[in-house]
Write a new protein. Structure first.
Length: 291
């Protein structure tokens, strides 16, 4: 088994090298800082723990109008003998169009022979099959622009986790919120709470990304939608995406496995017109002690 994994990881690195030579421009192939070195360290010492799955994205232009498209890639350790997890996205596509495109992509990749490297093949398939969706999206946008009143909806998600500790996870949360123009906060510790607000499709994309591939102890406890004829920015309760950390009750061991001061958290929620969320998150009515 170890030999088979080693062979697969070597093939994955070869494919990454090929893609980097084909797309040398800045921002075309986006790899995490430790993605490739982590695999290389394992190949140098195969008796150690398996490295994180190789994850990266490829950005490319499509059509005469050079529409930006991104293919997100997550490779299981046994790829190419098992199917990779791929997701194509573009700001030019509506959510339903994006879903239909990725359903087709998944079907196409599943039909290929096992054992073959297929990321470039997947990118070519997206290039060839995304154009009809882009045309439909353009027609829809032109039709919408003729309307006198355009309404927007602010979407706000309240997410609860048993705990949030790991630096790489927190980095992923903050990077994703920034990329999707979301405001809110991340409360680090035990429990962990995340709030994001912005356009609905961006909030849903954030929720998909942070759970991907598998975050077990997390749930979306509550969703709020507020419609406006103006800018959704006027409805935001938060002006940035904040790193929220309060004084903890104790310090138990190397993991810093501690409970956060929920009294301070309740105060924070009330300051942002969200005191009612405390009971939704924790199942009890929040009370602030008199001082």
């Amino acid at each position: 088994m170890a030999a088979a994994v080693r062979e697969c990881l070597e093939l994955q690195l070869l494919e990454v090298e090929m893609l980097l030579s084909m797309f040398p421009g800045k921002g075309e192939v986006n790899l995490g800082e430790d993605a490739v070195p982590g695999v290389q360290r394992y190949l140098g010492n195969p008796d150690g723990a398996l490295p994180p799955q190789l994850e990266y994205s490829i950005a490319f232009d499509v059509g005469e109008e050079k529409v930006k498209v991104e293919l997100q890639v997550l490779l299981p350790h046994m790829y190419p003998h098992v199917t990779p997890q791929l997701f194509a996205r573009s700001d030019a596509l509506h959510r339903q169009q994006q879903l239909q495109l990725n359903t087709g992509l998944t079907s196409h990749i599943s039909s290929l022979s096992s054992g073959e490297l297929c990321i470039y093949e997947a990118m070519q398939w997206v290039k060839e099959n995304i154009l009809p969706y882009l045309e439909d999206s353009k027609i829809s946008s032109e039709s919408t622009s003729k309307e006198v009143v355009v309404k927007e909806t602010l979407h706000r998600m309240w997410i609860y986790s048993h705990h949030i500790y790991r630096q790489e996870l927190r980095k992923k949360i903050f990077d994703c919120a920034k990329k999707l123009n979301l405001t809110g906060f991340c409360l680090t510790g035990k429990p962990g709470v995340i709030c994001v607000e912005g356009l609905k499709e961006n909030c849903e994309e954030f929720w998909r990304v942070i759970r991907y591939p598998n975050w077990k102890h997390i749930s979306c406890k509550h969703v709020e939608n507020v419609e406006t004829e103006g800018s959704i920015n006027n409805l935001r309760l938060f002006h940035a995406f904040e790193d929220l950390q309060f004084q903890a009750h104790g310090d138990y061991g190397l993991r810093n496995d501690y409970h956060m001061d929920l009294g301070q958290f309740l105060e924070f929620l009330k300051q942002h017109q969200s005191g009612h969320i405390f009971q939704i998150l924790f199942g009890v009515e929040g009370k602030v002690s008199d001082k």
